[in-house]
Ligand binder design. Structure first.
Ligand SMILES: CC1=C(CCC(=O)O)c2cc3nc(cc4[nH]c(cc5[nH]c(cc1n2)c(C)c5CCC(=O)O)c(CCC(=O)O)c4C)C(CCC(=O)O)=C3C
Ligand SMILES: [Fe+2]
Length: 413
């Protein structure tokens, strides 16, 4: 815990952080800088960490296959130890085979890294970005080794994943612990991770623009607001993971922080647009044995209900995803579009953030707030749930199926 909150000893780092800004006196001790107004979310532990002179960035991706021969080894990596039935693996392999065995996700991350490099350079920040994946080459351990070989010792990780859940937050923290173990760099590098950014304007803006443009296109086709339903779609996860997402002390209840965050972001987008269209949060890409409950409704089932309610068009918003990877290309652009056609619904799918300039500069803002030690009150957030934690709270996003695994960037366990 101390290593996450104590100012680090000065070293020959290329970047010199600005002095910490004056703010309300720490109310939690241990260098925590949460002001009194939001102290309830801090509960005596660090919520906002102090300024730290990071000298490199680890960009954490999911990874994907880049040819037919990669497909099965990739799927085995993804599902290691999780009891995904073979039939499901075959089904998913087919989605990849359909696209030549290539997921676009690695190319997206190369483009994102290039865009981040350019934005960092434009701001005069000397912070090289090293990209590594959970499930395919380059792995996180490769990126960490490269960063270390180049002399970097204080790394700030940022995952291509915006919300709180085991798969989208804690598992990336486990990937970091695994990478330190695999490289034998324990004690040689310090790694922190930027907060979950679901409600950062850099993430929300591209979606809000997409919804505005999508609605305008449907209006231009003659649809009235009461004929349109907006479907905010995200990855389904097991109910048990959802219920444990986020810090237990926040008491989110059923669906946990995962459902609360998505709902709050959808509300923020609707509020920005002052739209009167009906909307709902729907789920996609479920897997696992059928007897295990996952978040519902499935997007296809939700669409089936719409014609009876007088809807003639749907706007599908891939709210849970940062780029047009396989879950978007297959589960939305292929399957959900087929469902819409069968139901006689006109369907449009809005863009993912990708390399939208607001998203790229938002990610760099998220790095800068850590270099600066920006206090919570000055951190951008578009929902009442944020700004989210720099250091994950004890028990955050646990996975009861897999049991305890070591993880960085959090307060143990
Ligand atoms: C919350 C969440 C995100 C969003 C957050 C984030 O982006 O991190 C996400 C992203 C992604 N999921 C992806 C691919 C897969 N996910 C799988 C399986 C699973 N995902 C889960 C959750 C999530 N997944 C869960 C609970 C499982 C069950 C198994 C387990 O407990 O781990 C499987 C196994 C087969 C199947 O069952 O479908 C595959 C192939 C790809 C790459 C796509 C590409 O290649 O372009 C991406 C970006
Ligand atoms: Fe997934």
């Amino acid at each position: 815990m101390a290593e996450n909150i104590a100012p680090r000893a000065a070293a020959a780092a290329p970047f010199r952080p600005k002095p910490a800004r004056a703010s309300a006196a720490p109310v939690c001790g241990d260098g925590c800088r949460v002001p009194a107004a939001t102290a309830a979310t801090c509960a005596g532990e660090p919520h906002v960490s102090v300024s730290t002179a990071y000298d490199g960035v680890l960009l954490l991706g999911f990874g994907g296959p880049e040819g037919q021969n990669d497909v099965i080894p990739f799927l085995r990596n993804v599902t290691a130890g999780r009891g995904i039935p073979d039939e499901r693996l075959e089904e998913v392999a087919h989605h990849y085979r359909h696209f030549g065995g290539v997921s676009p996700i690695n190319e997206h991350n190369r483009e994102l890294k290039a865009a981040l490099d350019a934005e960092l350079a434009a701001r005069g920040l000397d912070l090289p970005v090293y990209w590594g994946n959970r499930n395919w080459m380059p792995y996180v351990a490769d990126a960490l080794q490269d960063a270390h070989d180049a002399g970097h010792r204080r790394l700030l990780a940022i995952a291509t994943s915006a919300y709180s859940s085991y798969s989208s937050c804690r598992q990336y923290r486990e990937d970091l612990a695994d990478a330190v173990e695999a490289t034998g760099l324990s004690g040689e590098v310090e790694i922190d991770k930027v907060r979950q950014f679901f409600d950062h304007p850099g993430f929300v803006t591209p979606f809000a623009e997409g919804v505005a443009e999508g609605l305008a296109a449907l209006h231009a086709q003659g649809f009235a607001d009461d004929q349109i339903e907006i479907l905010f779609s995200t990855h389904s996860i097991p109910n048990s993971d959802a219920d444990r997402s986020g810090p237990p002390e926040r008491g989110f209840g059923a669906g946990g922080a995962y459902v609360a965050q998505h709902t709050a972001v959808a509300e923020a987008i609707m509020a920005r647009l002052a739209s009167s269209c009906a909307w709902q949060l729907v789920f996609q890409s479920r897997s696992g044995p059928p007897q295990v409950p996952w978040l519902e409704p499935d997007i296809n089932d939700a669409m089936a209900e719409l014609p009876a309610r007088g809807r003639r068009a749907v706007l599908i918003v891939p709210l849970g995803f940062v780029s047009d990877h396989m879950e978007v290309l297959w589960d939305l652009d292929t399957e959900a579009m087929e469902t819409a056609e069968e139901l006689g619904l006109i369907a449009l799918r809005t863009p993912t953030p990708g390399t939208h300039p607001a998203y790229v500069s938002g990610l760099v803002d998220l790095m800068v707030e850590r270099l600066d030690g920006t206090p919570a009150v000055d951190r951008p957030h578009e929902t009442d749930l944020g700004p989210w934690y720099d250091v994950c709270r004890p028990g955050c996003c646990e996975n009861k199926r897999l049991g305890f695994q070591p993880a960085l960037a959090g307060i143990a366990p």
